[in-house]
Design a protein around this ligand. Structure first.
Ligand SMILES: NC(=O)c1ccc[n+]([C@@H]2O[C@H](COP(=O)([O-])OP(=O)(O)OC[C@H]3O[C@@H](n4cnc5c(N)ncnc54)[C@H](O)[C@@H]3O)[C@@H](O)[C@H]2O)c1
Length: 257
């Protein structure tokens, strides 16, 4: 992978800590030669990453809360000050209120449903709009993170299921809208990984066990596996690939029963 992203500039949204999928992607992009910037939702998270030795692989750490449009606007304004062109955008953000994940699906409130959709799906449209302006008609690669629970019922995934379904549909419509400008939009559907976000879901350990017992490869994935696929999607190796959901889940998505 060394050299695959030489000269490219990548912005990765959604690092909470070094277990984050976004962090695995940042590491892979750095190894492949890209200049990498990341964003964290809160100052507290940003400071933690800054203090680590590994944090040095990133050029700069920004703050961005996608529930606040001014925060998104100022992130991209900051990026534009330093980078005339952005090549790669990674959206690795999701949120659902805890009570909505704990309750029965049929008890989901309108507010919980809308906030889950806004942060986990709509935000992809918003950040893509800002990224498009920075891609300056020279093309680019945008990607987001999804999960099989957007397509099938996975007990415990609850309200995040419809949000991932919407996110995957946004990938298809964004890819059609931005394609004439040579901007590609794809989703990575990753297998279960122990992260801050996944700790909110019931049945999580069961999901990890199922991957080891029932999938073709019988192995759980790592954030570096996601980084590998993301590097391919960011690079010219995938220059005619857009609008698709790419699985890195040891083959879990092909299984029935
Ligand atoms: N961990 C898994 O098993 C798994 C599997 C497939 C897909 N995913 C997806 O991968 C993505 C990253 O999740 P992760 O597992 O790395 O967990 P994570 O907790 O490390 O990352 C989630 C990120 O979303 C950010 N976020 C939430 N609300 C935000 C807001 N309002 N503004 C800005 N950022 C906000 C959090 O701060 C965090 O950085 C998510 O979309 C998740 O659904 C996770």
């Amino acid at each position: 992978m060394v050299g695959l992203l030489d000269g490219k500039k990548a912005l990765i949204l959604g690092v909470a800590n070094q277990r984050s999928i976004a962090w695995g992607i940042a590491r892979a992009f750095h190894t492949a030669g890209a200049t990498v910037r990341i964003s964290c939702q809160e100052e507290r998270l940003k400071q933690k990453i800054e203090r680590t030795e590994e944090g040095r692989i990133v050029d700069k750490i920004h703050l961005c809360d996608v529930s606040d449009e001014n925060s998104v606007k100022s992130l991209f304004a900051d990026i534009a000050k330093d980078w005339p062109v952005l090549d790669i955008l990674v959206h690795s953000i999701a949120f659902a209120p805890m009570q909505a994940l704990e309750n029965r699906f049929s008890l989901a409130t309108k507010d919980d449903f809308l906030s889950t959709m806004a942060i986990s799906a709509y935000s992809l449209i918003e950040v893509s709009r800002y990224a498009r302006a920075l891609m300056q008609g020279q093309g680019g690669s945008i990607m987001t993170l999804s999960y099989l629970g957007g397509d099938r019922v996975l007990p415990g995934y609850g309200i995040m299921g419809p949000a991932k379904a919407a996110l995957e549909s946004c990938v298809r419509y964004l890819s059609y809208d931005l394609g004439p400008e040579k901007i590609r939009v794809n989703a990575i559907s990753a297998g279960p990984l122990k992260t801050l976000a996944s700790s909110a879901f019931g049945n999580f350990n069961e999901a990890l066990k199922l991957i080891e017992e029932k999938t073709p490869l019988r192995q759980n994935i790592t954030i570096d596996d996601v980084g590998g696929l993301a590097t391919y999607l960011a690079s010219d190796l995938s220059k005619r690939v857009t609008g698709s959901i790419h699985f890195v889940d040891s083959g879990a998505h092909i299984m029935g029963g």
